[in-house]
Design a binder for this molecule. Structure first.
Ligand SMILES: *[C@@H]1O[C@H](CO)[C@@H](O)[C@H](O)[C@H]1NC(C)=O
Ligand SMILES: *[C@@H]1O[C@H](CO)[C@@H](O)[C@H](O)[C@H]1NC(C)=O
Length: 236
């Protein structure tokens, strides 16, 4: 009697343990973090049960582009969220970001690639501006292309800094809708805050180049106001 009772207990514990272990499926993810062309050929692995992620960030400039790649396991307490966006700002600065999540063995092994196809103008125009607060920059107008149908303002501060004077860049331009209202770290070094504009400094589709009494001076005069507005959002 007592013997069969403890056997039953033992079997129950055993069964519960198998269920608990069996419900957590684990697999290996590729681990890699590299910049520009200096990506290590041999990669490490980590063991995950909460997903692998695969990320590419590219900052196109008139100078050599910066590329940043990251692959790793999603932390046990984190949620991996897929995100893809692009923004074309003033002074020929374009930033593209893709983060993909997957949940099987080595599913993040292959490098993500970004399309090089030139996109067609989509009829939207935005004020374009880019400054690393080094010198005076003049806002221009930019014809948006492809899926970049929103006008964006972005402010970048030094990563992890709460110092209000740690601003490293301010930009405006065209962006995909997924780039609106972000607050995240990019290129492992800059915390960005973004905001999309509804209407205000957008040149209506089909309008001719704004003249001196038209939209353009109005749009330009809104740039400092928008930058200050976003600054307030960053700081508070
Ligand atoms: C991968 O993630 C782990 C855990 O978050 C972290 O300690 C490690 O530095 C990461 N490795 C790379 C190469 O980013
Ligand atoms: C990558 O290129 C950018 C731009 O040329 C440069 O500022 C950065 O230091 C480079 N990073 C590495 C790790 O070489």
């Amino acid at each position: 009697m007592a013997w069969s009772y403890s056997l039953k207990n033992l079997l129950t514990v055993f069964g519960v343990t198998i269920l608990a272990v069996g419900s957590v499926e684990s697999y290996q993810c590729t681990v890699q973090e590299c910049q520009n062309t200096s990506c290590p050929g041999n990669t490490n692995v980590c063991t995950a049960s909460n997903g692998c992620f695969n990320q590419i960030q590219q900052f196109d400039t008139p100078f050599p582009d910066q590329v940043f790649k990251r692959k790793n396991c999603t932390g046990d307490t984190d949620t991996c969220s897929g995100l893809e966006f692009s923004a074309t700002l003033g002074e020929q600065r374009r930033f593209r970001y893709v983060n993909r999540c997957c949940t099987s063995d080595q599913c993040n092994k292959d490098d993500l690639t970004l399309s090089q196809e030139p996109a067609e103008p989509n009829g939207i125009q935005c004020v374009a501006y880019y400054s690393e607060l080094d010198s005076l920059h003049i806002p221009t107008s930019l014809k948006c292309t492809g899926t970049e149908t929103k006008c964006i303002v972005a402010i970048g501060t030094a990563k992890g800094s709460s110092d209000p004077l740690s601003i490293v860049m301010a930009g405006m331009g065209c962006a995909t809708e997924s780039a609106c209202n972000l607050k995240m770290t990019i290129l492992n070094s800059i915390d960005i805050t973004t905001y999309c504009l509804n209407g205000l400094p957008i040149f209506p589709p089909g309008s001719s180049v704004p003249d001196s009494t038209g939209l353009r001076p109005t749009s330009i005069s809104t740039v400092p106001i928008l930058v200050i507005f976003l600054l307030l959002k960053v700081l508070f």
